[in-house]
Every structure is written in structure tokens, then in C-alpha cells.
Design a protein around this ligand. Structure first.
Ligand SMILES: [Zn+2]
Length: 487
């Protein structure tokens, strides 16, 4: 719907300026999430968008690009995800009032016409009263992102700390927020970074508990900084941003033999934001030496009544790993949930403590529902080495291997892929080939067609090496799929 304004009412003047459509459309997700579900959800989504850009190796591409081979090349992670993060930074630089007024002025000024990035800059300069060439030159007409290394020098006699910010690669100019926490509260400092090496000195009353760099988490940046376990625990408990909690939990998760770390994990189970609760569930170590009863009682409650079914599912997954038959009724009950996430985790957890009961349940599930529970059902079929289920597995394998981020799921499907590639099952090979063709053509933009061709060639090779009685027929099915992808 955002394209009604940024795209239809005002259209990009050229493909080179596609950012004036797509970056706004992507940023609308941030605005909507923040409005509808709260800032944590918006920030979590922004982080995932930034990771998509970071992983894409697009550091050499300007946001506004005049040289491209095909207009389709402009519809990439730079125009969408990076542009999204850049608008978020711009909003921080000029403030909410100027940012939203600027969007409005831009739309009214250029309505029923076209515009380019410089016109956007002029509007934001007008409403903010700031010169923004420095911002647009590096972020719109330049490439890459901030890479900085941060160190501290404490002077306990003068009671000062010097924060050293060293940039690598392209040197950016940017405002940097630094929160310095003492026992009594925090002081926020805003400094201006513009050199390769920068140092800022601040005084304190008592030795700081934590120094939080880019405390607002608005910079499109890779920041290397070392913190102690105690600093991360303090950060989890005191710093307000979603990423402060997420990074802290991830960093301390390896040290759960430390009592304070384990208590932090228990506290995280009560986090107001569900993704933090899931992160805590997925990483909590219930096999260490401390009293786990409090944690387990809490997890049982979460499994039954957390307001988010995704959290219920994660809690059921944790209880499943305990391999304790006492939870059998809870898993059986979970099988009746309206949530596929809960049903799937319950099925797997039940399977781990009572195979016969789980298989009996599985047989009562209709085929359509099974497709929604594909991860759980597939992993059971694989464990059971049930050859008659190969065609079902084949239908879900590519999604499991490539469209999920969960490592364990990917591994399960990679195993299944190997199994099918060596099998003699005509229906399974046909299903898998069709899936390669459909997804390969659909995700051509991400070169999934080339990957599909490579993998189908591997399947051809596996069949050629095999002693399968159907192998000639199977090779024809595979090669027909390859031909469709190369067409
Ligand atoms: Zn769009």
C-alpha cells in the first residue's frame, strides 16, 4: 500500500533512482510493525533486513546507480534493505518531526510526477534546515557501510574514560550515540565521527558498569567491541533496545555454568518480547549443575499458556529434549493446538519419548495438514527410514534445505536429499525434480535456477553410479527438468 504514495503518486524518475520507491516501501514495514506490534518487533525486522544486505556482498553498489546491465538488477537488497536502513538513519539525523514532514512535503510537491534522490535531499534540507549533502553523498551516491573498532582507556585517577573509534575501509561521517552506565544511572553522549581514528573523553563519578556504543542502534555499521560477561549481563538488564538484549543473551549463552548467566536466562524467559523468550528457550542449558526446577516450571507454563504460540512451540521443543515421559500428556495435548508450530513440536517431542504413540497420532493426521507439519513429519519419516514416504519427503525437501534458517532442519533435509538422490523411487524423483523446476524458475533472480541445474546434475551422477533398476528412466526425468530450467 505504501507504493500508492512512494511509487504511484510520485514515481521514480529513472531506474537508477529506484530507492525513492523501494526503500520507502521497505521502511513502511518498520513503521507498521512499530505502530501495530511495538518497537521491538520493528527493530528485530530491521536487524534481519540489515543482515540480508550484509550477507549479499553488495558493498560496491551505490544506492543510486546509473550503470546497470538490466533494470531488474536495480531490484536488489541495496534498493530495498540497505535503503530501508539508510532512511532509518536519516530519520535519526533530522528527527521525527522533520522526517515525517519531509515525506509529506516530498509527496505533495512532486505528486502525479516523478522525482529523484536529489529532490528528496532538497526537501529534507528544507524542512530540517540542515545541509544533508554529507549524508546523501555517502549513503545515496556512495557505497559500503561503517566498519569500526571500539576500545576504551580508563583513567581511574582523573576518573575519565576515553572511547577510541577506529574506522576501516571507507571513512564515513556520522553522529554516534554513547551511553555510559554507572550504578546510579546512564549518561548519554552524542559525538561526531569523521576520521579514521577518533577519540572522545568523558568523565565519570564511579567506574562505569557498561559503555554502550551506538546505543540507539541506528547506524548501518559493523562494530567490533569487547565486553565482559558481567557487562553483557548488565546490558541485558539495563539497556533498552531489542538488540542489547539479543546480543547479550547470545554472548553469555556459552557460560551458563556461571550462576548469574543462568539467572539472566531465567529472567529472559519473562521478556516482554516473544523473540527474546524464544531465543532464551532455544539456548537455555538445562543440563548444567544449578537448580533447574524454577526454569523447568516456568518452561512448562510457557508451553501451556504463553500468549504467543511460537513461544509455546519453542517451550515444547525444550521439554522434548529432556526425554522425560512425565510430559507425555502435555505433548498429546499440544497435538490438539490450532497452531501448526505447536502441533509439530509436540509430535516430535512425543516421538522422542514414545515412538508408537507418535506414529499412531501421525497416522490420524490428514495429508493436507501434514504438509503444514512437514518439518516434524519429515524428520520422523527419516528416523523411521520409511521408504514408502519418500514421495512426501521429496515434496518438502527444497524448502527445508534452502528456505529455512534453522541449522538442524537444514541438516535433516540434507540427509533426506542424499537418501532420495540414491533411491530408486520414481515418484520421489519426479516430485523433487518438479520442485527444482518450479522454485528454480520462481527464484531466478537469486540464481536459484543455476543452483537447481547443478543439483539436478548431481542427482543424474548419483543415479549413473547406482545399480537402481529404474535408473535410465530416472535420469530421463532429471534431464527433462534440467532442460526446462535452461530453456
Ligand atoms: Zn516494491
Amino acid at each position: 500500500m505504501f507504493h500508492h504514495w512512494f511509487g504511484d503518486l510520485v514515481t521514480t524518475e529513472s531506474w537508477a533512482n529506484l530507492t525513492v520507491n523501494e526503500s520507502f516501501a521497505t521502511y513502511s514495514v518498520y513503521l507498521w510493525f512499530a505502530h501495530k506490534y511495538g518497537k521491538d518487533k520493528a527493530d528485530a525486522n530491521m536487524y534481519s533486513d540489515v543482515q540480508t544486505y550484509m550477507a549479499s556482498q553488495s558493498e560496491d553498489k551505490d544506492l543510486v546507480r546509473f550503470y546497470y546491465l538490466d533494470k531488474e538488477d536495480m531490484f536488489d537488497t541495496v534498493s530495498y534493505h540497505k535503503g530501508n536502513a539508510i532512511l532509518h538513519m536519516l530519520r535519526d539525523v533530522i528527527g521525527d518531526e522533520a522526517f515525517f514532514e519531509g515525506m509529506n512535503t516530498y509527496l505533495t510537491t512532486y505528486k502525479y510526477g516523478t522525482a529523484e534522490a536529489h529532490q528528496l535531499r532538497l526537501v529534507f534540507e528544507k524542512v530540517s534546515g540542515m545541509d544533508l549533502n554529507w549524508f546523501f553523498n555517502q549513503w545515496y551516491f556512495g557505497s559500503g557501510h561503517i566498519k569500526m573498532n571500539v576500545t576504551y582507556d580508563f583513567n581511574t585517577i582523573n576518573k575519565t574514560v576515553t572511547v577510541n573509534v577506529n574506522q576501516k575501509g571507507n571513512i564515513f561521517k556520522f553522529p554516534l550515540s554513547i551511553d555510559i552506565y554507572e550504578e546510579t544511572g546512564k549518561n548519554t553522549h552524542n559525538v561526531w565521527v569523521e576520521n579514521a581514528q577518533n577519540s572522545f573523553t568523558f568523565s565519570f563519578n564511579k567506574m562505569p558498569k557498561l559503555i554502550n556504543i551506538d546505543a540507539k542502534h541506528v547506524l548501518l555499521a559493523e562494530i567490533a567491541v569487547k565486553k565482559t560477561i558481567n557487562e553483557y549481563i548488565f546490558q541485558f538488564n539495563n539497556a533498552p533496545h531489542y538488540l542489547d538484549r539479543k546480543f547479550a543473551l547470545e554472548e553469555i549463552s556459552k557460560d551458563q555454568s556461571n550462576k548469574d548467566v543462568f539467572s539472566t536466562f531465567i529472567k529472559a524467559l519473562n521478556d516482554p518480547y516473544y523473540e527474546i523468550r524464544i531465543l532464551a528457550l532455544e539456548n537455555i542449558d538445562l543440563f548444567q549443575k544449578y537448580n533447574k526446577k524454577e526454569a523447568i516450571d516456568k518452561i512448562v507454563k510457557m508451553a501451556q499458556s504463553d500468549p504467543k504460540t511460537l513461544v509455546q512451540a519453542a517451550a515444547i521443543g525444550v521439554l522434548g529434549k529432556l526425554l522425560d515421559p512425565v510430559y507425555k500428556p502435555l505433548f498429546e495435548n499440544g497435538m490438539n493446538s490450532e497452531s501448526f508450530a505447536v502441533t509439530g513440536k509436540s509430535l516430535i517431542s512425543l516421538y522422542q519419548i514414545d515412538k508408537q504413540a507418535a506414529l499412531a497420532k501421525l497416522n490420524t493426521i490428514n495429508e493436507n495438514t501434514k504438509t503444514y507439519l512437514a518439518d516434524a513429519v519429515t524428520s520422523i519419516y527419516i528416523s523411521e527410514k520409511d521408504k514408502t514416504k519418500l514421495p512426501f519427503i521429496a515434496n518438502h525437501i527444497l524448502k527445508g534445505m534452502f528456505l529455512t534458517e534453522d541449522k538442524r532442519t537444514q541438516q535433516t533435509y540434507a540427509e533426506a536429499f542424499k537418501w532420495i538422490s540414491e533411491s530408486d523411487n520414481k515418484e520421489a524423483i519426479t516430485n523433487l525434480t518438479n520442485d527444482f523446476v518450479t522454485l528454480g524458475l520462481r527464484y531466478k533472480k537469486y540464481k536459484f535456477d543455476q543452483l537447481s541445474v547443478n543439483m539436478l546434475n548431481q542427482l543424474v551422477y548419483a543415479q549413473q553410479q547406482s545399480k537402481n533398476s529404474n535408473k535410465n528412466e530416472l535420469i530421463i526425468i532429471l534431464k527433462t527438468g534440467i532442460a526446462k530450467l535452461l530453456k
